[in-house]
Design a protein around this ligand. Sequence first.
Ligand code: GDP
Length: 444
Amino acid sequence: MFESLSQRLSTTVQRLRGRGRLTEENIREALREVRVALLEADVALPVVKALVERIKVRAVGQEVLKSLTPGQALVKVVRDELTALMGSAASELNLNVPAPAVILMAGLQGAGKTTTVGKLAKLLRERRKKKVMVVSCDVYRPAAIAQLETLAGQVEVLFHPSQPDQSPVDIARGAIESARKQFVDVLLVDTAGRTTIDQAMMDEIRALHAAINPVETLFVVDSMTGQDAATTARAFADALPLTGVVLTKTDGDARGGAALSVRYVTGRPIKFIGTAEKMDGLDVFHPDRIASRILDMGDVLSLVEEVERKVDQEKAAKLAEKVVKGKKFDLNDMRDQLEQMQNMGGLNSLLDKLPGIGQIPQHLKDKVNDREIVRSIAIIGSMTKKERRFPATLNGSRRARIARGSGTTPADVNRLLKQFQQMEKMMSKLSGGGIKGMMRGMKG
Ligand code: GDP
């Protein structure tokens, strides 16, 4: 997300960062570049104006010009203002009501509403340990009801069936009743989407809102529509007491105009962002982390959280113990590590969160190929147990057999074994009492 905006803004601010002295001319120049970068990212014009103005006021003030490191001070100002624009702190879901807490989901057709209901149900069940039920009030498209039922099964939450001949209000009331009886904590109500916001849609959802009195009303919108996303959300917020916005498909959005515009244009916080099609592709929206990511300062906090959530702690502990005790690192360990990387969404999703990566051209990033991980796992999978434990036994004919078995070439197998040898060398350095030495090496 934000690749192009990030590339432009970070180049501008990096240039200033190292400077010992800034003049008003430098700053004016930088602000011009910031402005162009934001407009190109499809940020709404009033938002661009307001943001640049706020940065300017602070940039020509004492805070920056009198600072010992004015370049860095300016970068901090840009970061602060971007964060403030998106709403400062992450906005939590309000679930502090008598159960079931009802969350009403609305959005245009194709925005990713039903998918988001599935993802949110999963997130609430897994991370917040809630008992969740979902229901669809989309009586116009029976396929939408079936789609939600499938997703509910996939993410293992309760599904309240609805019939196309019922009214949305009746369906939702029935679901609340059933949720209460089954001690459900959170009920997610999916609604019909239209291609554009029209009066009939608004009337229907307003009636639904009045009937079920949800604690959260979330508007789901496709980030790829740029500043239009903010305008659509605004129209919606004018008609209903919206409590927040979910931005979907940020994985396909290089510009980021929606993320930067929504809060300012609607006055409502973005609560979640969709980051992938799959069911765990939903993240809490953290304005500060996103601002850092845009300025290519990295999003190390999200990375750490992701690692904690997705790494198999048991396997990691086992490997660490092996290293400490100086036991031999083998191809089974390497496969475990590759699988862990895959669990974390592959290298590309990790790369996105690291500082400075925005400076690397896309064609080089593409070289960090997740297919390589899949291929390596397949190669190791084609070895016998013994070969994995004792890689030294892998002679030419065995390598050829493994290549055939895994649908790769002997050159691929050789490359993997070479990588293995490098890892092995590093591991033995670690266990040879060299941990401290290596840490020193890394810092220096
Ligand atoms: P609805 O009509 O609003 O209910 O939209 P759907 O939930 O059916 O989603 C429309 C399409 O968008 C589907 O193909 C989804 O897989 C896709 N989609 C939804 N959210 C995301 C996301 O965050 N990332 C990506 N890449 N695709 C998404």
